[in-house]
Structure formats: C-alpha cells, structure tokens
Design a binder for this molecule. Structure first.
Ligand SMILES: [Fe+2]
Length: 503
C-alpha cells in the first residue's frame, strides 16, 4: 500500500499554516482599498518556505518537540512570489524553486531530508543531493534573478515565468559550496558582495568572501578563519569595508552527527566582528569582541570618520528555534524588546577591540526585526530604516525609524494580522532617500488570505496607499526585492540618486 501523504495534526500545519502546496497565477489582483500608484512599474519578488511533503522525522509523536517544529518552519521548500506592477495593475505568480531537493522529493513522493540542515538525518536517497531549500531571499544582480539560502548556491530563475534554471557558481569562480542569503549590492558600482560561512563544510570555521561584478566575474576572493563555527546569517557593507558578525550560535558537528540541532546557543562565548577592507586580504582584517548577543539582521551600516556603525536587530539570545547548548530553557519573553530590539553597534578603527552597543530607540518601542533600509543606500550614511514592530497581542506591525529625529512611527495592520519584512520602493528613479512606498506582505488570520499592502514610506502610520488582496494564503515569506522596470531591462540592480551625503 502506498504511503499516504498526511500532515501531522500540529499547529505548524493547521489554521493559517495549513500547507498551500499550490502554484498560482492571478491577473489583476483585487484592490480592496485605495489606489495602486500608476507610476509604480516593476516587480516585487518575495521568497519563503512552503512545505512540499510532510516532515520525514519525529512529528507524529505525542511529545513532539516544539523546537523541532520551529526548525521545520524554516525548513520548507522555497517558493517564490512575483507581484508584477504595471500602470496601476498588480498581477501575481508563485512558483516552487525546482532545485535538486524539490525534484528528488517530487519523484519520491515524500520528504527525503530530515532535521533542519542535519544531513545525518536524511534518507539515503538524499546522500548525494544538494540539500538547500532556496527559501530565504531573492535578489536581482548582473541580469540574473537568484533564489538564495545560506546552505546552497544561488538558483537562477526566469524573472517573468519564475521557471527554475541552474545553480550559479559563476562559471566555477566560486569554489565555496554555498553562498549567503544576504549579499549586499553596492548601488553605485552595482557589484555584489557575498560570502560563505562554514565554507569548508558543516562545522568548519572557514569563511570565504567574494565580490562579483556586473558581468558575473568574481573580482575579489578572501578566505579567513572564524573564531568558531558560527551561524553568519546576515552581514554588512559599510563604505569600503565588509563586516562579519560572529554570534555564538554554533555548530557542533558531533551533536549534528548524533541527530541533534544544527546550531546551539553558547551564552558563555563572546560575540566577534571582523572588518575586512573590500580590496584587502585576510591579514588586513580588524577584529572586535564583546559580550554574547545575537544580531539576526542588519538594517544598514556605514563609515563615520574612523568608526564603522551598524544598526543591528539585536537579541540577547540565539534564534529561539535553536536550544541552549547546556539544555537550559530560554526565559519566556514578556515584550518584543526581549526578543529583538534595534541596537547601534560601533567599531572604532582607531580605538581598542571592544564592540560598543547602544540602544537608541525608546524602551518599549518593540522594534527591530527583519530590518531593511532604502536599498539604494546600502553601505552609505542614511536616515530612514524600516522594521517589524511588535504590537499588543504579539502581532507584528511595520515601523519607520527616522535616525535623524529618533522618531518611530508604526503601522498597525489590525487584529488577527501579521506583517512580514517591509521592502522599500522609490517613488520614482531620482526619488530622494525614503521618498516612496513600503510593500508589505500581510497575513489575515481570520479571512485566511494574504494582502499586499502599499504604505507611504514617509507616512507609514497613515491610511495605506492601497491594499491588494491575494485570494489565497501565502503562509510565510522571509525576504524580498523590488526590481524596477528600468533595472530589469538593463540588468542593473539599483540606481542611487545624488544625496545630501554626496560630498
Ligand atoms: Fe534573513
């Protein structure tokens, strides 16, 4: 008798989270509020996990471990969502990333991969397969649309049909087995700065930095050694430096081989930062260290005199999906400030090697998760940041942080609603920093639909400019990118207008 496809009855797969598993095309999404700006011509791409098959391991037990459940949430196969804006209309398309893992499971009609990133828990049919889900981010660089996850190489997709093409190793120039899901693209040079962690294999301390030019040529490659086998999820471009944060969420290969979690949190270890000049070598790296914290995402970073400043989504614990190495439970959060809060990290190139951390937002702002900026100003001095903000009832809204005035303005999506990472879109090609819109994926728990909400980025707490309804659920997207029509045609990523910071 054939194995029946049946999802375990746990919250991970119930209610709004019930697996969707379908690809869709909808022309002219319904605009349920406001008016879609006619001048907004381009595409919002978003990437997230969507479960292809019931998990392979451990979820039919009555004593199912919620930690593993949250791991599973990150472990869904990549699905890409394309919102095409054209003269006031929005068309929607979703497609799986048909990478090696997806195709093999499709053929086998079941999950072949076990615990999150733990290859020792996979089916033997998966032994030679690339395990990546390609579910984390999607970026447009050098005329290629790339679906990304940090344990695999980029997977190229057709920007219109979303058809999966090949994995991208830049004609063999990238020898690391995988690349980060958070590359940084310099809007002036249009070069992509990226890296691999644990680049000599799971549990290794090898780091590899690459810079890729507009033709897909690797123009810089630097290998160096990390203090431990950290998770290095995001990193920063700051002027002519790249900055790597090593937070003590660490892979212990013996634990992984025993079927345990891929990461464990080590509060007793220090956090380290490595500052590498983009044209430098491993010998040029400056190291900084301080007490343990976790910096999941970086809003932006820049050089201020002889200091490097990073605005970081700060948490004093590891990603909650991963346990403490000594088995101690995490204290239950009482406010969002307990989970993430925006912190300013300063690394003084003329000072000692201490990491300086400062909390600039008012206590109780509950802001600082999935932070972004106007992508045209990545690595540059900037004023406007965007983030998720936790509102009463633990629902996620969207905040605009004005770094000049210190003001935080928050949009409340309403009861039973949850926002995903906001993506900034300039109002027009020469728009000043922050002049434009935020595009926000909002899930409506009660209606069991997803809305794409367009907010005025200079007035986020006002009425939305428009609310566009997807007549189905998009369970979760992590990250996304806006690609304007001019950039899509030219193969360029971003156009940075002149700013007050240009001397
Ligand atoms: Fe991320």
């Amino acid at each position: 008798m054939a194995e029946q496809t049946r999802f375990p009855e746990i919250s991970l797969f119930q209610g709004f989270n019930e697996p969707v598993r379908a690809e869709a095309d909808v022309q002219d999404l319904e605009v349920i509020q406001g008016t879609v700006p006619e001048a907004l011509n381009g595409t919002l791409y978003r990437c997230g996990p969507e479960t292809q098959y019931p998990p392979r391991l451990g979820v039919d037990k009555a004593d199912f471990d919620m930690l593993v459940a949250y791991e599973e949430y990150f472990n869904g196969e990549g699905m890409v969502h394309r919102f095409r804006f054209e003269n006031g209309h929005v068309d929607y398309r979703s497609r799986w990333v048909r990478n090696e893992r997806f195709l093999a499971q499709e053929k086998a009609r079941r999950s072949l991969f076990g615990r999150y990133r733990n290859r020792y828990t996979n089916d033997e049919l998966a032994a030679e397969l690339d395990p990546t889900t390609s579910n984390t981010h999607i970026v447009w660089h050098a005329g290629r649309l790339l679906a990304l996850k940090e344990d695999g190489l980029p997977i190229e997709l057709d920007p219109v049909t979303l058809e999966t093409k090949d994995k991208v190793d830049y004609d063999g120039q990238v020898t690391a087995p995988w690349l980060s899901a958070h590359p940084k693209i310099d809007a002036v040079t249009d070069e992509m700065h990226t890296f691999a962690y644990q680049a000599a294999g799971d549990g290794s301390t090898d780091m590899a930095y690459y810079r890729v030019d507009t033709t897909g040529k690797v123009v810089a490659e630097v290998w160096f050694d990390a203090p431990y086998a950290a998770n290095v999820h995001d990193y920063a471009l700051a002027g002519d430096y790249v900055v790597f944060g090593f937070y003590p969420l660490i892979t212990d290969l013996d634990v992984v081989k025993a079927g345990g979690p891929f990461y464990q949190w080590h509060r007793d270890e220090k956090t380290h930062f490595a500052v590498l000049p983009v044209n430098g070598t491993a010998e040029d790296i400056r190291w900084f260290s301080g007490p343990a914290f976790f910096g999941s995402h970086i809003m932006n970073a820049y050089v201020d005199g002889n200091k490097i400043v990073l605005d970081v989504d700060y948490s004093d614990a590891g990603f909650m999906a991963f346990p403490n190495h000594d088995g101690a439970p995490y204290p239950p959060p009482t406010s969002f400030d307990d989970i993430f809060q925006l912190a300013q990290v300063t690394l003084d190139l003329d000072g000692g090697d201490a990491i300086q951390v400062e909390f600039k937002l008012p206590q109780g702002s509950n802001t600082g998760a999935m932070s972004r900026c106007d992508d045209r100003f990545v690595g540059q001095p900037y004023r406007h940041g965007y983030s998720l903000s936790m509102l009463p009832g633990f629902k996620a809204g969207v905040a605009h942080i004005d770094h000049e005035t210190g003001e935080v303005r928050t949009w409340d999506p309403g009861d039973g609603s949850a926002c995903m990472e906001p993506v900034f879109v300039p109002a027009h090609r020469e728009a000043a920093e922050g002049e434009g819109y935020l595009l926000v994926h909002v899930n409506r728990e009660n209606e069991k639909v997803t809305d794409l909400v367009i907010l005025d980025a200079q007035n986020v707490d006002g009425e939305p400019v428009a609310v566009v309804r997807v007549p189905m659920r998009i369970r979760l997207t992590f990250h996304g990118s806006w690609v304007g029509d001019e950039d899509l045609a030219a193969g360029t990523s971003y156009h940075r207008p002149q700013s007050e910071h240009d001397a």
